[in-house]
Design a binder for this molecule. Structure first.
Ligand code: FES
Ligand code: FES
Length: 206
């Protein structure tokens, strides 16, 4: 969901992106083979839509790239930056496998436009470990066997860190409630709650 208070990227709205996408899609279907009909605008093409230039930080690294204005943050991370830790589970905001942080707040990157990252700090599972040791939440997941296949685990860990920072990890019931957007099909929930309980005090002190 877009933040009505956010003025850092005011020039692109979801409505504008959808309008552009619709125009490009319809125009692509209507283009005659003679090619006399052209999309207007220097950056528009039926194949690529409209591109936007982004400047942001990913895991503390300054990053600039041009990307389709309709692209999701998840696709940008995985396909343009080769940061494949965040997973595409449902692609509909229902499983949490794609969870990353923007300015420290958890988001479902499959539902977040890449353009929203402009001017912001994006953190993925690849960016949370220290130089020579794991993040306390990563270590706690290992200590409590809080994973089986591991597909949901990057999203679980990113959500768990945010859950602690939000102050929503004070009891097991609260952890379960505020982690309910992250689905684990292997059913590793007991270990996940135990891991968050272990890591929470360390994260709160840091
Ligand atoms: S892939 Fe984003 S919530 Fe499922
Ligand atoms: S560990 Fe397999 S889906 Fe969670």
């Amino acid at each position: 969901m877009s933040d009505p208070q956010d003025t850092r990227f005011p020039e692109i709205t979801r409505r504008q992106v959808l309008e552009v996408g619709t125009v490009v899609s319809v125009s692509g279907m209507m283009l005659p083979t003679s090619g006399q009909a052209q999309l207007s605008g220097p950056q528009a093409s039926p194949e690529n839509g409209v591109t936007v230039g982004l400047n942001f930080r990913v895991n503390s690294k300054e990053t600039s790239l041009e990307i389709d204005a309709r692209a999701s943050l998840l696709d940008m991370l995985r396909e343009r930056l080769q940061l494949v830790g965040a997973k595409k589970g449902c692609d509909h905001g229902q499983c949490g496998a794609c969870t990353v942080h923007i300015d420290g707040r958890r988001v479902a990157s499959c539902l977040t436009l890449a353009a929203k990252a402009n001017g912001r700090e994006v953190t993925t599972i690849e960016g949370i470990a220290g130089q020579d040791r794991l993040h306390p939440m990563q270590q706690a997941f290992i200590d409590h066997d809080a994973l089986q296949c591991g597909y949901c685990t990057p999203g679980q860990i990113m959500a768990a860190i945010a859950c602690v920072r939000e102050g929503h990890a004070t009891t097991p019931d609260q952890i379960r409630e505020y982690m309910s957007g992250n689905i684990c099909r292997c059913g590793a929930y007991v270990g996940i709650v135990a891991a968050i309980e272990q890591a929470a005090p360390q994260i709160e002190r840091s």
